[in-house]
Structure formats: structure tokens, C-alpha cells
Design a protein around this ligand. Sequence first.
Ligand code: B1M
Length: 205
Amino acid sequence: MAKNEELFNAIMKGNRNLVQETIQAAIDADCKVVELLDDSMIPAMREMGDRFSKNEVYVPEMLIAARAMQAGLAIVEPLLAEGDHEPLGKVAVGTVKGDLHDIGKNLVAIMLKGAGYEVDDLGVNCDVAKFSQAVDDGCKFVCLSALLTTTMPYMKEIITGLEGKDVKIIIGGAPVTDEYAKSIGADGYGSDANEAVKAVDALVA
Ligand code: B1M
């Protein structure tokens, strides 16, 4: 599907109402929500990041765009998650300590739910103790998200902190690579939310 310019621009401008109206109109016109996400919504956030890097926009604009994105995800989520799968396992999802970025983490949670997993969303700024508690509560998989080069090293601390527990750890986020995942002893890596689901699927299999 081609980029929906109206949706892309509405996210960039942080116009929450227009984002929701545009998504609803597209759904009413039989557009696939996953294509709205991949072709318009995620690219809008990437474009915001590029403009931030060039000092063309600043933190308040990024925050307003992120809120508009979240408003759009609120419509998209139930549609992506309405699969008829049996629960495949319980997965804890969280953004690591020091990091407040949650849009990618939310997408991972949505996609996992859609694939039939029970998801325990721990939120942002999660320390080892929070993940450890989730494992004690029955999560067999832990998905860690980090968006900052300064917070990704904390993933290693979580892996170390969960050693000896019956859990598999999958990591991802913009600065994270497969190579990095291997180097810190993660069990799996996802370059995007779909790949995170595939990584969990592979570990289940
Ligand atoms: Co921030 N920020 N931010 N930010 N922000 C980035 C990440 C940045 C790259 C922007 C830039 O400089 N170009 C930069 C990081 C630079 C670096 O570390 N190298 C940055 C910075 C510097 C900062 C602050 C330090 C800015 C400041 O205050 N001076 C600050 C840090 C705050 C903190 O966390 N402690 C900050 C703050 C913020 C806002 C609060 C304003 C806002 C976040 C709002 C929110 O999340 N609720 C924000 C935003 C919006 C961004 C950008 C523009 C967009 C992030 C996003 O939501 N992308 C971002 C630039 C960028 O990403 N290009 C940027 C869309 C989302 C769908 O993608 O989260 O990457 P993403 O998720 C992807 C994949 O990464 C992957 O799947 C998703 C796609 O399907 N994925 C996983 C994510 N988690 C996964 C887990 C997996 C597998 C895949 O397995 C478990």
C-alpha cells in the first residue's frame, strides 16, 4: 500500500484527532491496518527522528508526534490483536531502565498479542527486579526494548540478573543489532516488532 500522506502528516504535526479520523476512514475503505502502520505511521516517527537529528524539530515536537502516534495505535491495537489463536505462552515486555521510549515496545506487545501470546506489559524504565518478578509470576519469555545507546548496556545487566531462571530473553530497539544481542548472551533478537514475534516463536518451537 502506498504511503497515506494525510496520516503521515497528521502524525508529524501531532494532530491526534486527524490521526484517528484518517485511520478510521482508511479502515472503512478496507485498508489493512498493518499496512497503515508499516507504510505511514512508523515512517512518520522515523522522519521525526531524522529531523530531530538535524535540529529541525525539538523534544516537544517529538513528544506531540508520539502522542498522536499513540492515539492512532489505540485504534489499530484491537484490530491487530483480534486473532483467534490459543495462548502460546506468557511474555513480559518492557523498556529498560533509564529509557522512556515506549512506542516500539507497545508495537511488540500488540504483535505478540495478535500472534496469540499472553502479554505482561511492564511499561518503561524497568529494572532487573521488575523483570525478575514477571518471571516469578510465570513469564517464560522476556522482551527488552531500548532506544538509546546509553540504555542498551542495561540489557546485559538484566540478562545477568535473570541467570538461572527458566526464561528466554529477546531484545530489540533502534540501536540494537543481532550482533549485539549475541555478544551479551540474549536468546533472540528482533529488528522490528514482527521479527520479535518470530524470535519468540522460534524459541517456543
Ligand atoms: Co527520543 N531519541 N529521546 N524521544 N526519540 C530517539 C531514539 C533518537 C534516535 C532521536 C535522534 O537523535 N535522532 C535519540 C537517541 C540517540 C541515541 O541514543 N543514539 C533520542 C534521544 C536523544 C532522546 C532524548 C535523550 C532527547 C533529550 O531529552 N535530549 C530523550 C531521552 C528520554 C529517555 O528515554 N530517558 C528522548 C525523548 C523522547 C520523547 C519522550 C520526546 C519521545 C518518546 C515518546 C514515547 O516513546 N512515548 C521520543 C521519540 C518519539 C523519539 C523518536 C523520534 C521516535 C521513536 C519512536 O517511537 N519510533 C526517535 C528517533 C527514531 O527512532 N528514529 C528518538 C517509532 C517506533 C515504532 O520505532 O521505537 O524504534 P522504535 O521501534 C521499532 C524497532 O526499534 C523495533 O520494533 C519497532 C518497529 O516495529 N523494536 C523492537 C523496538 N523495541 C523492540 C524490542 C524487540 C524487537 C524489536 O524485541 C524485544
